[in-house]
Design a protein around this ligand. Sequence first.
Ligand code: ADP
Length: 561
Amino acid sequence: MKRRLFLYTTLIIFTGLLCFFAASVYMTHNNNLRIAKDTVMETARIFAGFYGSEADISAFVNAGYDTRVTVISRDGSVLADNRPLDFDAMTSHLNRPEIRAALDGTPAAFVRYSETLGLNLIYYAIKADSGDDFVIIRTAIPVAKIDAYLIQSLPLLIFLFFIIVLLCFVLSRGMIRKTVKPFESIERKLRMLSDGEYISESEPLAVSYYEIDKITKGIDEIAHILQGSFKSLRDEKNKVGYIVNNISDGIFAVDESKNITMINSAALNIFEAKPDITERSMSYLFYDKVLTSAVNDCVDHEQSAFIEFSFNGRIYLVTVKRLPETKLTMVVLSDVTDSRASEKRREEFFANASHELKTPLTAIKGFNELTAINNKDGNIKKYIESITRETDRMLSLIGDMLKLSELENAKIARPVSVSLANVVNEVCETLSAAINEKSLSLEIAGDGAVEAEPEHVYELVKNLVENAVRYNNQNGKISVAIESGKKNTWLFIFDDGIGISPEEQTRIFERFYRVEKSRSQRGGGTGLGLSIVKHICALYGWKLSLKSKLGMGTEITVLFE
Ligand code: ADP
């Protein structure tokens, strides 16, 4: 900047002075010319005054003045000249502009080249009385003479010109240095700011300018605000870093090139890696195919994943997710080894207890039936009936509990194409006694096939239709519709029964949750039906949805994808 400013200033000074110099020379020359013209005219008038008087004109003519004086007759021939010239050889002067102007009575000065003398001259001519006639007195000065002084003083003028240029050059250099100094200080501050260095206080400027002072103050203020922000950002980063490193879940992030950009201590422990793994490819961290393809899918197609991953004898639930508005993919590994073990123990206990209870209950039921055959007493018969009802209920409860625990560990072993209409008809036939008891109208429409194990489809339909019957009113309506699309099949089960309030709707899929315990029990409900339905849907990836209004009815939809 300094160098450029300096160059521009020098150029401006030089051009300015040069213009001034040229204008001065031109004006001096013009002035000299005007003075010379006046002199030539005045001399001519003096000579004209003397002409024909007692004084002899030849005395003037021969005096050898710088001014050339010529006496010309009216026919244009030269009568006398103070230059030693051959008059006879001279042509008629009548065509000379100054002579013509004198003859016309409008004498004027003319600058022109003299063929006779071979010079540029300033000419002036005037008529002079010569008694009976007149002559023309002409005076002339060489043009070179008028600029003689100017040309003489030109070297001195040029010298002065360069001295002034040099002086301006030195002064402007000093001025530019002073002017630029505050900008250098501003530049230094901005650099410190961008390097994240701390600017303690406003550094006083060598030369103070109001406008620059304002800019410097502004920069100081911005610097302080930024420093504050940087500090809180640093603190925040440290805090986040501390939290992330103390989280028990393993966390790491990869960029678009699948290089690790961040990894916390837990993840380093899981993979037995060192902190210098950052900036390196994730393949240095693990080789697992499933996890690698989940991360690749998320990086390349923004597909989130939730997978299970086993490593070094531990089980991890892994969430792979693209962080919004960044190009980072985040991987979180939660160790579920212990909770899986206790869950397994709980499920085993659940299954074993159900099994253990089933055997004595079946025996009680058998003995009860035998007692009923051998006992005709009315009172005892009542007790026996109540024992039969309760053992049936307990057996159905244990049956549901066993189904649920089976479903928890179930795998889809032999899926076949199952007609939903067939299953619905079969279920409705089994439930016909209950349907008739409530005088319910039943409508079944459409058909569609699903790929699944038949007993799972049966269990799902049975539980849903059973609920539509159980929680319906006398003379109510049930309609079952099956729709089959290109890719998907839908099952809609509608009843205009008691309905479910919005608060209960989120809870009815929980185990043993019943809105109205007595009504559920009376109808043979165990509180496990919808849990079984939910587990079957989860096993196949089907979507279950519920629409219900208290007092109006319920519609359950299963989307078989
Ligand atoms: P239950 O064996 O008691 O029927 P479910 O798990 O099948 O157990 O249902 C849970 C609860 O949801 C039921 O107790 C009942 O209150 C409510 N429910 C389920 N289906 C319906 C329905 N179609 N209409 C009204 N309430 C229902």
